[in-house]
Design a protein around this ligand. Structure first.
Ligand code: GLY
Length: 353
């Protein structure tokens, strides 16, 4: 028996390795072409990071919904800037870029941050300099479409925008704005009362079902290597310098190959405050199903922001996919796996109680 033990152990290890998981790709929204391209890449090489890069790159090149890649969501100066994240659930290493200027392949640059630096996150013009060193071409991200979006916004008195408590009135003007109070130390409001009973809400959100905002993608290969990532051009008419939730680990995406992964999409200024992807993964670690985990992450946000717009896709290490959402009727997400015969679009019901 003693002699047999090592062989038995080896067999057990081999079996658990072989059945580590059923490979899949899961993506926010009905981004089917991105999902298919990632799935085909996964089938060819079984490398999760490569498949995720190919999938997000597809959406960047297709300018999915004009909210991923160049030529969309111009900021208040008319410039499109990009956010992206790639998170490796085996190593818990990551690469991210925020407010990337003049480089189209945001997920590619995030991958370089992951693989060619000991850093996690580079931002703005200096991220552009890094990308150029890594061989990415610098080019304008402005297109006729984004110029028109910008001009239309200016003609409508710069509405909507993200300013508050400034002068002149941001609901009626284009600025430039100054804070209403000239004395920054003066307290004009009492501190918020420490309670969970006071719901806040969002004045007006530019995020809606016609403005999908982010590709979030989760990939697992045949050996159970889970990775998650995002790519977006952020919020339409954002204040220059704004970075959303998408490149922030635990907010836009999170993965742990021992447990599962999650990605988020929606109003990133609100979402990043709750780290919903991290929360969903931790819920699965505690035994929640992916659907329950995603719902818990959404509930945590809606408790304070009842009309918040967004969705979470969560997948456990066995490939079971779940999603939850708020602020729309139903939230589409796309899955490709060995049984799906291509990419299949599913819908989470956001109205469930
Ligand atoms: N969720 C994308 C953003 O807020 O930038």
């Amino acid at each position: 028996m003693r002699k047999l033990l090592p062989s038995l152990l080896f067999l057990l290890l081999k079996l658990s390795y072989t059945f580590a998981g059923s490979p899949f790709v899961a993506t926010t929204w009905a981004f089917t072409q991105a999902t298919i391209n990632a799935w085909e890449q996964l089938n060819s090489y079984d490398l999760a990071l490569d498949a995720l890069t190919v999938g997000c790159r597809t959406c960047q090149a297709m300018q999915c919904d004009f909210t991923v890649g160049y030529g969309g969501s111009p900021d208040e100066n008319g410039e499109s800037t990009l956010d992206a994240l790639i998170f490796d659930g085996n190593t818990m290493n990551m690469g991210a870029v925020g407010g990337l200027r003049g480089i189209k392949d945001a997920i590619g640059v995030a991958r370089k941050v992951l693989e060619n630096t000991q850093h996690s996150f580079l931002v703005g013009s200096l991220a552009t300099a890094f990308a150029k060193d890594m061989g990415f071409p610098e080019e304008s991200l402005t297109t006729n479409y984004s110029s028109n979006q910008y001009e239309t916004w200016k003609e409508s008195n710069c509405q909507p925008n993200f300013w508050q408590d400034v002068t002149p009135d941001p609901t009626k003007s284009c600025g430039p704005y100054k804070p209403k109070s000239t004395c920054s130390l003066r307290r004009r409001h009492p501190d918020p009362i420490l309670t969970n009973e006071i719901p806040q809400d969002i004045p007006e959100s530019v995020f809606n079902t016609g403005n999908h905002d982010t590709i979030g993608m989760i990939v697992m290969n045949a050996y159970g290597h889970l990775v998650a990532g995002t790519s977006t051009n952020g919020a339409n008419h954002k204040i220059p310098g704004r970075v959303g939730d998408s490149p922030i680990p635990g907010a836009g995406a999170y993965a742990d190959s021992e447990v599962g992964a999650a990605v988020g999409t929606g109003d990133g200024d609100v979402m990043m405050r709750f780290l919903p992807s991290f929360l969903a993964v931790e819920q699965m670690r505690q035994g929640a199903t992916p659907s329950q985990a995603a719902q818990t992450a959404i509930d945590r946000i809606t408790r304070k922001y009842p009309s918040f717009f967004g969705g979470i896709v969560a997948v456990d290490k066995n490939g079971t996919v779940g999603a939850a959402c708020n602020g729309m009727d139903r939230f589409p997400y796309t899955v490709a796996n060995r049984t799906s015969n291509g990419a299949v679009v599913y819908y989470a019901d956001c109205k469930q109680t």
